[in-house]
Ligand binder design. Sequence first.
Ligand SMILES: [Cu+2]
Length: 143
Amino acid sequence: MKALLATAAVSVLLLAACGTAGGSGTTTVNPNARTVNATLTDSKIVLDQSTVPSGKITFNVKNGGTMIHEVVVLKTDVPADKIAPDPDEPGKMSEDGSQGESGDLNPTEAKTFTLDLQPGNYVLICNQPAHYLLGMHIAFIVK
Ligand SMILES: [Cu+2]
């Protein structure tokens, strides 16, 4: 009987631990999470969070690559890897739905910009020629 009680107590503790550990890797929205840290490498965009509440969102963008990069915020329901090419500029993608962008960042440079974002599906891309095709795109959700 004592052993059973001990097991039950451990189970309760484990459940409690799970309850408070929520948030990592889930779509839980932290209402205070209005700052997104974005790191640009030469082949991808890395975000510290990909789901934020609607309203003013501040993007801290850091170029960790070896060439000029940027971040363009597109509001679109198109999947991140299916953005249409720009017919007028080879290697670049259409910026339909653009809400704003960082502008060009030299290697090691960092920039901060703030956008007022409505709920919806977004894709963040780097639109330096061919960079999107190298993998510089990531889905982003505003709830
Ligand atoms: Cu780039």
